[in-house]
Design a binder for this molecule. Sequence first.
Ligand code: C5P
Length: 313
Amino acid sequence: MAEPLLEGSPGSVTVRSPAKINLALGVGAPRPDGFHPLATVYQAVGVYDEVTVRRAPRTTLRVAGEGVDVVDVPTDGANLALRAVRGLAEHHGLAEPDTGVEMSVLKCVPVAGGMAGGSTDAAAALLACDRLWGLGTSRADLLRVAAGLGSDVPFCLVGGTALGEGRGEVVTAVEDTGSYSWVVALPGGGLSTPAVYRELDRMRGAQEPSPPQVPGELLDALRGGSTVGVARALSNDLQQAALRLRPELADVLALGRSAGALAALVSGSGPTCLFLAGDAEHADRLATRLRADGLACLVAPAPVPGARVLPPL
Ligand code: C5P
């Protein structure tokens, strides 16, 4: 295929892609394929990874962290961003050397933190390679390739606030007129997402959960842009399981509440914890108090757009 080597295609492309949180995460009984049906409300928050790609004879990957530990990020074929490069090439019937890229990933999103750090790198890599190779892949096809890479990858392309169904990969925008200020607390270490889902199944035992549903109060609060309403309606079915695996997270949540957060919850499968503040100033004050107690944290506005190509420097 000659098209991807179009003259005038850029020398390098950088894409910035956000972390996600789940404002509600309803989890059903495992499906025959092992995945759990979800009814979730995703929100993209202003903590970003950046993925840069350049043409190269063969594909290589370099990962660096800014304030996050990247030792546990795989740099071999298991890396989700590398799988995205391969997935997009295969979708177009392309192979190396046409699709060789030198890829560098700059991570600010916590690793194994329940914030879709790997998924957002995959979303960024898809968009970056699509631009680098001059493919012009349709949005629908990009979302399809994204869904094949992981449940959260389509949302990382879409961003904003959105409903996630299926195993999380079926994404529909929801009306959200608000803007929110989150404090994202990083208690250290990671949690394995499959292990947290397994723990939830174990805790439920023979008890069959009802099909997951997004709380109507949450959708109403988002439509009205009510921070207090959102604070009241937050929920996460994985939280109890994450707390069983990391009991000290209960202390982190309690610390945030006592420091004045409007609400506190575990982010996705954890261990990252989220505190909702009334506004940006409140979030800064809250973060300062939590840091004084030895907790690493970030302040993040939301909602923010999904993966976007950055203008060339
Ligand atoms: O889709 P993704 O690869 O991100 O999922 C990672 C793991 O999380 C899956 O292998 C599965 O164990 C668990 N998972 C699940 N149900 C979902 C999403 C993820 O059980 N809806």
